[in-house]
Ligand binder design. Sequence first.
Ligand code: AMP
Length: 401
Amino acid sequence: MSRPAFPLPPNATIGIVGGGQLGRMTVLAAARLGYRCHVLTPEEKSPAAQVAAAVTLGEYEDPSALADFASRVDVVTFEFENVSAGGLDLLAALKPVRPAPAVLRVSQDRIAEKSFLNGAGVPTVPWRKVVTPADLAAAVGAIGLPAVLKTTRLGYDGKGQKLVRERADLGPAFTALAPKPLILEGFVDFACEISVIAARGADGRAVAFDAVENRHHEHILDLTLAPAPVGSEIAATARQIALRVAAALDLVGLIAVEMFVDSNGRVLANEIAPRPHNSGHWTIDACPASQFELFVRAVAGLKLPEARRHSDAVMKNLVGPEEASLWGDILASPGLIPHLYGKAEARPGRKMGHVTRLFPRGSLPGAFGIRAALAPLRARADALEADERFLAGHACAGQPA
Ligand code: AMP
C-alpha cells in the first residue's frame, strides 16, 4: 500500500466523506490550493459533488464503495460527524485519515465527549450517564432541576433532547428519547453561546480564530457575530479551550468547540465538531485564510497560516423556503456577500446558503446596525422575531474586547 508523502503536492487528491455544504466549501478552498477533491456520498447531485473533481456514489458503510473511494485518493477526511467510525477504520487501513477515526469517536458520543473534555481539564455543565429510570432519578438528585436530557448519539440542531423542568417531566422525557444510554446535563441559563474554531497540523502547530457569538432560531444557527461581543478574558479563555482540546485530541485537521458563557462569565464547553463548522462561514470573507483553507492545509500537511481576521462580520444563514426566496433581494443588496449551496429543494429547516456582511475591524455594530446591515433579511418579521428579541436585548457577559 503506497502512503503519500506529506505535504501533498499540487494536483493530489483529497477524499472527503460527506457531500454537504461543508464539503462544498472545502472543495472550493482546496481547488484554490491546487488540489482535487473526490467526494463519497450516497446523495445524487449533492452540494459538494457539484463542485468536486470526482464522486463515488455509495453508502458510508459499504465496504466496496469505501475501498473504491480509498483507491482514488491520497488522504481521507470527513465533513460531518455521523459517518460510521467503523467505515472510517476501514478507510484508515487503506489511506491516511485526518482527523483520525479516534477523534471522530469522541465527538460522536456525548458521554465520551464530556468525559474527554473534563479529562482534558475543560469545564462543562455537570452531567450524568442515564441508562435506567433509577439512574435518571439519581442524576436529578445530583444535578437538580431544570436539566436537559439528551440522547448520546446522532443528535443535532436540538434534536434528541428534552428540557426537564420538574419531576413530572422525567418519565415522559425518558420514554421519548432513544436510543439509550442518555445523558442528563445541568441546564445553563446562559448569557450567550459562543464558539471557537481551531486548526492543528501534524507538527502540532495550532491556530485559533477569534471567538464568535452564535444565535439560534428554532434550534438552528441563525446568526454568527464575529468577534463575539464578550470581554477580552472570556474571548481569551474560549480560544485557550479550543487550542487545549485540539492538542489533547492530537488533532490533525480542524475543530469547532461550542461553548456557553454563563451569567457569571464562566465558559463551559458544550460540544466539539472535528470538521468545518457553520459558525466559521464568516471566515471565508473576513479572513485571509478561511476555516476551509486551514482545514485543507492541515489535512494536506501544509504549513498553517495565522487564523487572522481582517474585518468584523455578521453571518446570517438562509434557512428553508422562506429565506431562500429572498435570494433576489440579497443579490440586489450591495454589501451582502452571497453564498448558495446548490440544493435543489428548499425544505423547512434546511440550510440553503448564507450571507456575510463585513465591517471594518473593531466596528461591529450593535443591534440597530446589524438589523440595518441585513436589511432584506429582516423584512420577514415572523421568522426573525427571536433575533429581534436578541438584538434588542443583546448584552452578553462583559464588554467587547
Ligand atoms: P446541542 O445539541 O448540545 O448543541 O444543543 C442544542 C442547543 O440546545 C444549544 O445550542 C443550546 O441552545 C441548547 N442547550 C443544549 N444543552 C443545554 C444545556 N445544558 N443548558 C441550556 N441550554 C442547552
